[in-house]
Design a protein. Structure first.
Length: 242
């Protein structure tokens, strides 16, 4: 009777264990379905935006900074300040050369009588350098104001108005902002099976999305041999005369 009682107790325990195992499996199955759906929604909604953000950041670092420098170069005030520095720098060099010739040369000349000599050239040169140093760049303030703005707005803020036409150089057209349609990837679904045999619909990213990102990264590592020496110049800007 004792052996029979132990077997009955063991059988009841095994039956209860199987019952609890079945309940746990059923609850896990119910939890897996929403989690799988949430994972698919997460990939379909977030992943394309993540690719867009990555492409936008790469564009801003690799190309946007160049455009920002070029746009600063379009500033008439900057061009004028730089021209002033070059002009007074040449005058300063000429004045120093004339002074050296008169002081150490054999010619009996009065330095003050030479028209090309400017005794205030040194002070003018320092003042021109200080003016260039203190020059304000509106683009910098604009970009600081857009630090929390979407990438599209930041991209649009650094475009070059003088080089947006179709006849712009190829290397300038390559710096233009990437269209959002190129950054957004379509996501489809493919049916796969988990390790436990349960079929799951898993999102599949179109390979073109990765190809565009890789191509964008590759173009940013290329040398700028095709860019002309006048990187900071624009053909449509008026000439600045000192």
């Amino acid at each position: 009777e004792q052996v029979s009682g132990e077997e009955k107790l063991k059988a009841a325990f095994e039956e209860f264990k199987q019952y609890e195992d079945n309940r746990v499996e059923q609850r896990c199955a119910k939890m897996d379905a929403p989690l799988d759906a949430l994972s698919i929604d997460f990939d379909e909604e977030l992943y394309p935006h993540m690719l867009t953000a990555i492409a936008g950041c790469r564009w801003m670092i690799g190309r946007g900074l160049r455009l920002a420098v070029m746009k600063c170069g379009e500033s008439i005030k900057l061009r004028q300040a730089f021209a002033d520095v070059v002009s007074v720098g040449i005058t300063k060099g000429m004045s120093e050369g004339l002074k050296h010739i008169v002081e150490h040369g054999q010619a009996n000349l009065d330095l003050e009588a030479i028209e090309a000599y400017d005794p205030e050239a040194e002070a003018k040169y320092i003042a021109a350098l200080q003016a260039l140093k203190n020059l304000k760049y509106p683009l910098v303030d604009q970009l600081e104001g857009l630090k929390d703005a979407p990438m599209d707005m930041i991209m649009a803020s650094v475009h070059l108005e003088s080089d947006t036409r179709d006849d712009a150089p190829q290397w300038v057209r390559e710096l233009r902002p990437i269209s959002r349609s190129l950054c957004t990837r379509r996501v489809s679904s493919a049916h796969h099976a988990r390790s436990d045999g349960v079929p799951v619909s898993v999102p599949t990213v179109v390979p073109q999305g990765l190809a565009i990102l890789l191509a964008d990264a590759a173009t940013q590592t290329e040398t700028s041999d095709e860019a002309p020496p006048q990187l900071l110049r624009s053909s449509s800007l008026p000439a600045v005369h000192s």
